[in-house]
Design a protein around this ligand. Sequence first.
Ligand SMILES: [Zn+2]
Ligand SMILES: [Zn+2]
Ligand SMILES: [Zn+2]
Ligand SMILES: [Zn+2]
Ligand SMILES: [Zn+2]
Length: 298
Amino acid sequence: MNWAPRVKPIKIRQLYRYARLGIYDDLLLHDVGWELYARCSDIATVADVFREGHVPCPKCSTKIKRRIDPLFSTGEGGTHENWFRCTHCAKRLLWRDCRQALRDTPRCFDCRAVLHKEVVLRCACGKTWSQEAYNQSVRTRVLLPCPHCFDLVRRPNPPPRNQTVSAQKSSPTLHCPKCQAVALHQHGNIECTACGYKRRWRDYRKSLKKKDEKLECPNCRYTFRWQEWRRSTRSLRTGNPRPARDFIKRWRKCRTPQQRMIQIDTLLQTLHGRGPLAPLFIDSGEHNIRQMLDDLAS
Ligand SMILES: [Zn+2]
Ligand SMILES: [Zn+2]
Ligand SMILES: [Zn+2]
Ligand SMILES: [Zn+2]
Ligand SMILES: [Zn+2]
């Protein structure tokens, strides 16, 4: 697992020192930018794995499907069974992405303009929310703006329970962990009629997360273990890969040193104030990074 290293803060400081003097050292900009780019690509790759369940082969990057399906998760409207479409722009959405978009960029629930962060969150239309009340609303509202067109979308209903049961019944992957007979997902449990095994579904799901499996690349035949791969991604995992994805998209389009500086600055500004996100990108302790970002922002 060869992941890109995190970027050294000393280079970033130097970049800003120069920028303040109006100097755009393009060599350094390329250096820092492409290092951030490589790191962002890895963060996006890892996020895809935890979302889609396909692991890239460490040797040839061929995507390998896991046998233990990690996508039973029902978390915040998490997975592909929960996809729905925006009724306005037809983009495919997950409810949790609608929520996350508002955590990244708070918008007015009323007029959907971007809110200004003062002591409270304030909209030009006059509405205000405390950060706490806003977070609460993001968690509980059934109408949220679509992250693409900002028209309101309604929270989809979870699939009815009996439908879930029949979907599980027809799935050949649900086996009793004890006797390997076909097991059922019902009454909030995994239940085996053959041997009487019964366990709470949630606990069963948790145990699956810890389960290891051997993965073999169908292309190059390289084999590796899931848990080992997962451990190697520890410093790359985030529930919020959007800043990384945005940087990847925009960095490639930069044509001038000024544009490159803007994109690097935009990424660092996004990380600023999101304590736990910055250490994914920058090689330093969380406290030092916050200090540095504060210095850069001033
Ligand atoms: Zn939309
Ligand atoms: Zn408003
Ligand atoms: Zn407004
Ligand atoms: Zn059994
Ligand atoms: Zn391979």
